[in-house]
Design a protein around this ligand. Sequence first.
Ligand code: ADP
Length: 203
Amino acid sequence: MADRFPSILLFGAPGAGKGTQGKVLAAVPGMFHHSSGEVFRDLGPDTEAGRTFMEYSNRGELVPDDVTIRVWRDNLDQQIRDGKYNPGSDLLVLDGIPRSANQARLMDQHIQVHKIVHLGCEDNEALIARLRKRAIEQNRMDDAKEEVIRRRFEVYRSETRPVLDHYSPPLIAEVNAIGTPMRVLRDILSVLVPVQEQIFHSK
Ligand code: ADP
């Protein structure tokens, strides 16, 4: 298991800000942001996996684990071949994956998780308001229907939240998802800076 990718997980409910913060972190040299939702959306309707994604995401459900892990790993390998991700010097910032306890188990052979940033928010209505805004800004079908949004929160509670139980509690850092993006960013950085320095600069 020596060659597992050094990783941190951005974790939280839909609308918690994983993508927003992940994009900012991606701009910093030494960080590589990889969002499973973006990877899926880029597949397009010409591929079987792309059609599977549409089918499940339009209902607010998770794409089956085997498809998810395969698509994720294939895309990551492509990013390495393209020279965009260098596992020897970049911290992998995973956003949206693993999203079930089974995915977490399957990914143990691929990644070494150094920290989980849990963007926490108990106020689902605040998150739902963010998704409604995003539906308009980004033209996302899975954000547009109220029943699909509600289903995503239910799936988060029953399938995704248990991912946290897979990891040892000291790995989990709680960050309040409510606040300005700058404030949330500052809190995430205060968690990640020591992690990144410890992994890549203590060798
Ligand atoms: P959000 O964080 O708002 O739920 P994402 O862009 O991360 O949005 O994901 C959109 C959809 O893509 C999910 O509702 C799900 O159908 C699918 N998806 C993304 N990541 C995974 C995953 N790890 N496992 C299964 N399905 C996934």
